[in-house]
Design a binder for this molecule. Sequence first.
Ligand SMILES: Nc1ncnc2c1ncn2[C@@H]1O[C@H](COP(=O)(O)OP(=O)(O)OP(=O)(O)O)[C@@H](O)[C@H]1O
Ligand SMILES: [Mg+2]
Length: 559
Amino acid sequence: MRIRRLPDSLVNKIAAGEVVERPASAVKELVENALDAAARTVTVDLRDGGAALIRVSDDGHGMTAEELPLALERHATSKLARDEDLDAIATLGFRGEALAAICAVSRFTVTSRARGAPEGLRLGGEGGVVAQRLGVPAEVGTSVEVHDLFFNTPARLKFLKAPATELAATLRTVGQLALAHPAAQFRVTNGGRAALTAPAAADLRQRIGALWGWDTTERLLAVDRVEHGVRVAGWASPPDVTRGGRDDIVVIVNGRPVRDPALLQAVLAAYRPLLPRDRFPQVVLAVTLAPNDVDVNVHPTKAWVRFRHPRVVQEMLVAALHEALRRPAVIPTFGGEPREAVPGVEAGAGASPAEQAALFKEPAASYAATRFGRVLGQVQETFIVATTDDEVFFLDQHVVHERVIFEQVRAQVDAAPLASQALLFPETLELGPASRALLERWRGPLERLGFAFEEFGGAAVVLRAVPTLLKGDEPKRLVEAVVEELADPKAGEPTLDRALAFVACRAAIKANTPLAPEEMERLVADLETTETPYFCPHGRPIVSRVSMHDIRRELKRTW
Ligand SMILES: Nc1ncnc2c1ncn2[C@@H]1O[C@H](COP(=O)(O)OP(=O)(O)OP(=O)(O)O)[C@@H](O)[C@H]1O
Ligand SMILES: [Mg+2]
């Protein structure tokens, strides 16, 4: 065995194998170069989806006659100067490899004119060897033409798919870059026919409108959250606007669309309780963080990145999406008059079983159809099962009721403190100093909800009244539960919502409680009137669903 140094041409081909996998990857590199050159317009012309021809032209700052030959060499870049630059990369490219790699496996022509230069320079050749050098008239900017990609690497050539498939991959790539850079104009043609057109956009939403259509875009929910030096901003579909695949989940990190399984999982996790297994949301999220908190130099195609604090970014994504998904705008407007909130639901909630039964004994109303369809019954005396033609829902009865009470009470408490039930015999409670301090801190919100306390100074606290909603609870246990709940470090500053969530949870029907059909229907209909029917006030999901499509597929039904 003899060890040989490989000739440059072979080294380049091998290197190209990593960077240029298919036409879409060449287009990605060329478009990224255009964006790094501050182009305002990027035009991509293809033939046969890029297999026969790729031409990427831009109006960026161009290259001088001295720079251009260097640009085609390996390890030649204008984007890194010193070692430290690698720790905080602000451009899309930085490896100084892409052009060399593309030219190594194609017949190429690169034309560029720098701003201020009298004319342009054109270099042409094949297999990485420059055979032609020509001064040409040209606009300021750069145009790279790639003919017969992989003409000299037959193994790679064999793996090219049908032109339509390659075109689809290329359009996905350009689409994602266009979402990451709304201010630039993008045009893609294939065989002379327009395949993608995105005019310069004022903001991301406008760009999404151009790419996904306005019907979809108008339904999207704004996402924007800043924390721990990370910003997550963008747009996300409500649960009823979905796709059969994941193509429309786009995560952009510092201007770079990335493929990061953990971030994709984070997006799916945020939607999990809302979507059936075979449906996916449409989401564009731009994550912005300090360049030195993310390492983009981990993969030859730069599609993967590594975060210094991956968990923080994942959690931010979930939190930002949850925030957006819990806003009222999530709810699609169903036809018909909005239903009146039914008064009196809270009256007996959490009360004795007898009272609870009375709660539902109202004249049987015919409830409007809800998004959850028809109630079928109860499972394990805990879950309400409902179905539409398309889906079967399992609703957690406790959490449903909690959400209903929370919103009804929330609407009332803004106007006046809630109904309060004075205790016949005020209860004297011996509490430790920590618990007393906690009650003192939360006194304001608790009193708005109907609690009345006295004598915080001494060793004991006297409980004079409780919210009417909770009058069925044993007072001493109730206060213990308040203290326990509010002692949770997550409780943070006293807030009315937090205290309200506690009351709603206490007052709600418990699991393992049998319900009559009318009671279930009533609960589901009331849930329909809430602003956030998918999560309880603590953020627990309310609904799990299974699509009939899934079931049919699993049972191999053909209709
Ligand atoms: N469209 C363009 N406009 C202006 N300059 C360009 C353009 N394309 C390439 N260049 C110049 O050529 C150099 C080499 O480009 P190339 O894509 O090979 O490497 P890179 O962008 O620096 O890094 P990477 O390999 O990560 O893409 C760039 O650093 C840039 O200076
Ligand atoms: Mg580049």
